[in-house]
Design a protein around this ligand. Structure first.
Ligand code: FE
Ligand code: FE
Ligand code: ZN
Length: 278
């Protein structure tokens, strides 16, 4: 069973997202926990969440992926910016408990000239302040394209963050096909090799979710520009092999391609058609 969905707007609430997902034959989705540019989060309506949870159970939804605002920078050089990341993520952890047992994905951050080591130290510090043993949410570090001073373009960097997190069972990874290719990992010609490397450095048991995007740029470009499935440098064949890889089967796949709902419906149909049963 291919668990697939796309990024949806959370403006109209959870039940609305659930229905939208069903309408495009998705059984999971991703949403921003708050305005992607930051700011105060809208209050969660417990009635809306209750309706969504019933709908998700009835339709056998896979785990959802919440996405932190991408403007958060846990390893900024400015204390004010780091404090904002802390407050937003701490608040998000409380909000996530309304929909227990799902994933919370974030971009590790940009070290803005402080160096990779310092960046990793700041990210780890922040995670250790946020994560509690009681939380049911698993936080995911997204594999990044390595644009500018972004941390998370190398598997070693993700591993170093994970190693620094004290409550280790609440931290994992979300692999983004566009980002990982842009970072220089050849998932077109050597997917086995890339996943072996990931396993050796991070451990495949840490990999909990996938972002499925084509890339406007060739491998190693460090650009992070998503393309529609089949319209970028990865291509439909490589992406189909990716979702069918035995080590990746069963993980929730989230499309973040430049599409409206109809476009997402077509991509989901296309990928479901290319997914081998069993
Ligand atoms: Fe992301
Ligand atoms: Fe992504
Ligand atoms: Zn991206």
């Amino acid at each position: 069973m291919l668990h697939i969905g796309c990024h949806l707007s959370s403006v109209k609430g959870f039940e609305h997202m659930g229905k939208e997902a069903l309408g495009i034959k998705a059984d999971t989705f991703q949403f921003f926990t708050r305005n992607p540019r930051g700011g105060k989060a809208k209050d969660i309506d417990p009635e809306d969440v209750k309706k969504f949870i019933t709908l998700a159970e009835q339709n056998h939804f896979a785990k959802l992926v919440a996405h932190a605002p991408y403007t958060l920078n846990p390893c900024s050089a400015a204390e004010k910016v780091r404090n904002f990341a802390f407050m937003a993520m701490e608040d998000d952890m409380k909000r996530m408990e309304y929909i227990p047992g799902n994933y919370y994905n974030f971009h590790p951050g940009s070290h803005v000239g402080q160096g990779v080591e310092k960046g990793i130290e700041l990210i780890t510090e922040l995670l250790n302040r946020i994560i509690t043993p009681q939380q049911s949410t698993v936080i995911l570090l997204e594999t990044m394209a390595g644009k500018g001073s972004e941390i998370g373009g190398r598997f070693e960097e993700l591993k170093a963050i994970i190693d620094g997190v004290e409550i280790s069972d609440k931290i994992g990874v979300c692999m983004d096909t566009c980002h990982v290719s842009d970072a220089g990992y050849d998932i077109i010609n050597d997917l086995d090799g890339v996943l072996e490397e990931f396993d050796r450095i991070v451990g495949l048991e840490r990999l909990h979710a996938l972002h499925i995007n084509d890339s406007l740029n060739p491998a190693g470009s460090h650009k992070d520009r998503h393309a529609k499935i089949g319209e970028g440098h990865l291509g439909l064949d490589a992406i189909t092999r990716f979702i069918n890889h035995p080590e990746l089967k069963g993980l929730p796949c989230i499309l973040e391609t430049p599409n409206d709902l109809d476009g997402y419906a077509r991509e989901i149909e296309m990928l479901r058609a290319g997914y081998a049963a069993g």
